[in-house]
Every structure is written in C-alpha cells, then in structure tokens.
Design a protein around this ligand. Structure first.
Ligand code: SD4
Length: 334
C-alpha cells in the first residue's frame, strides 16, 4: 500500500463533526480552589490496584505482588506483563495489531513514588516493553529510549528477540489493507491499552502503561502511552492517573498530568477525570463523537475514579482481596 494513500485516508477520517459544548452541555463552571488538598477523606483499604478496561488477570497478578510485600512499582510491572504476554490481546505487547506496514511497535512507560520515570517508544521484537521502560528508569541516565536503541538496550538487559506479529493479527492487518481506511476504533472489544496504578500498604503509589498503540497507525507514530504527563503521571503526594484511547487527544491536553493537578487543587479522582475529559470534548470543533479517551485515577487516600468520552470504558479494581470491573461514567451513550 502506498504511503500517499494512507495519508489521504488519515486526512479524511479527521475531518470530523463540528460539535462541542453546546450539544453535550458539559461546561464545568464550578470554581476550583488553588490551594493543595486539605480535606480529610476516609482512608481506603490498602493495598489496591486499578487498571484500565477489563483486565482481571493483570490486577490479580499485581495485587498478589503487593500482598506478598512487593512494592507498587513491582506490582504495576507484573500486572502489565500479563497482558503483554497474552497473544489474544491485540492491543498490548505480543499479538498486538501492527502499523500500516505490518510492524508491531510498542510504547510503554513507568513511574515510581519518587517521581522517577522511564519509557520506550517504537520498540519492536520485544514482548515486555514495560520491563525495558523500568530498566531505562533504573539503569540509564535517560528517561526515554526509542526504536533500535530501545531494542538494543532490551537485548543488553537479557530480553530475547520475538516475532510479535501473530497469525491472527497478520490476518486482521491483511483484511484491513483491502480498504486501508484509517479510523480510530472507539472501544476495541472493550479492552485496550493497559494502564495500571497501584498503592502499596505504605501508601506509596506507582503507575505503568503499555500498548501496541493504535491499530494501523502510520509507521513511526507514537501515542500518549509512553509520554509522561500524557499517558501516565504519578505524584506520590497527591495521586496518579493513566489514560487510554486516542493518544493524540491525550497528548494535546497533557491529560494525566492535568488530572493529578486537578486532584492537587482539591478535586476527587472522579471529578478530576471528568474535568479532563471535558477539556477534550469542549475544545472548539472537537471531533469527540468519533474517538474515545478514558482516564482512571487514584488519590493518596486510595479513592479512585474513572471517566470516558464514550460508554463502555471500564476500570478493573482489586481491593480487599476481590476484583471488580466498574463501568466508567461517560458523555456519549453507545
Ligand atoms: C495510543 N492511547 O497509542 C494509545 C492507544 C489506546 O485505546 O489506548 N487505545 O494512542
């Protein structure tokens, strides 16, 4: 398929509906305080883990790490690895849907309680992008490695080369190539990028995010998921947030950082996620009817929240020994 044709199709899909605040009437004119959080909230039972979408195996693995005395950082890495290794999950790690050229390219990042972070972008041939991101954070002077440099580094830390394009994903890509229309998919089978936040028994927070990015993206495209502040942000004094959906829109509003800053100003995780979604929806000429963005957040008290543009985004929460899938509040009904 010729690149020019791809570009043409991409342009068509972004010519969206001119709809905005007047249709959904979601302007938030409540004044928010500018001082840090002072209100006391009842403490939630710790540890706890939340993940984007319906990922009970991932949250269970992360919770197990926490129950065994592991750190929140260990937990989020372990949780993301479950989905990265699952070849039936076509949105994360091995088995992910490829870009337009048929290459599976992964983005991931991780952030710890001390504000350290690591990320990989456009990583190929390595299943556990999140482990590479963690090693970037812990064992290099940098925060982000891309492409062949990231892949080379992965081999140096002992990870092995693997073909990430499964037969199922190859078939799906070949089918897509027939029309090669690029259009963001609202909710891929109700599971997608894994974003995970954990609070350990000491109340310390870490987060991680791992994805194969948008299916059939342009070669070289990088989304929000490895961008600290966009796809993920952790501030151990305040809370953390992680995003899923159309990364371009998350990057434009620095979504996860925004949610954490709104919590710093006194909003609950729920209200902060809602406000950050409304920032996207209320932009002039926002095409929000045609794309999904969802946020999940936790605060230092262990309160959680989630909000999305479209219905059917959910958050998986493991707390008090049990897993729960919670449907997110939303703006557009399916
Ligand atoms: C990206 N945010 O690459 C990711 C993809 C995703 O739901 O989360 N899709 O833009």
């Amino acid at each position: 398929m010729k690149r020019r044709k791809f570009l043409k199709n991409a342009t068509l899909s972004t010519a969206g509906l001119a709809v905005g605040a007047t249709i959904v009437n979601c302007t938030n004119d409540k004044k928010t305080p500018t001082t840090p959080v002072t209100k006391t909230t009842q403490k939630a039972t710790l540890p706890l883990v939340v993940a984007t979408w319906n990922y009970p195996n991932a949250t269970a693995a992360a919770y197990k790490v926490l129950k065994n005395g592991g750190t929140a950082l260990d937990a989020v890495e372990a949780g993301c690895k479950i989905e990265e290794a699952d070849i039936n999950n076509q949105t994360v790690g091995k088995g992910g849907l490829p870009d337009r050229e048929g290459n599976v390219t992964l983005d991931a990042c991780i952030m710890d309680k001390n504000g350290n972070c690591g990320a990989v972008v456009y990583l190929q041939n390595i299943t556990h992008a999140i482990t590479v991101a963690r090693h970037v954070m812990e064992n290099t002077p940098h925060v982000m490695l891309a492409g062949v440099g990231a892949e080379q580094f992965a081999y140096e830390i002992g990870l092995k080369k693997e073909n990430l394009l499964t037969n199922a994903s190859k078939k799906a890509w070949e089918k897509w190539k027939i029309e090669s229309k690029y259009k963001p998919i609202i909710n891929i089978e109700n599971h997608d990028t894994i974003g995970m936040l954990a609070i350990d028994k000491n109340g310390d927070i870490s987060g991680a995010c791992s994805t194969s990015g948008l299916a059939y993206k342009m070669a070289g495209r990088v989304g929000d998921s490895p961008i600290i502040g966009a796809g993920l942000f952790v501030d151990n004094e305040i809370g953390a947030c992680v995003a899923t959906g159309l990364g371009e829109e998350v990057v434009k509003t620095v979504g996860s950082f925004l949610v954490v800053e709104l919590m710093r100003q006194g909003k609950s995780p729920q209200d902060a996620c809602e406000e950050a979604i409304k920032r996207i929806v209320n932009k002039p000429n926002s095409d929000f009817k045609n794309f999904q963005v969802g946020y999940i957040a936790v605060n230092k008290q262990g309160e959680t929240g989630s909000f999305s543009i479209h219905q059917w985004f959910s958050m998986t929460k493991f707390q008090d020994g049990k897993n729960e899938n919670i449907q997110s509040q939303f703006i557009v009904k399916a």
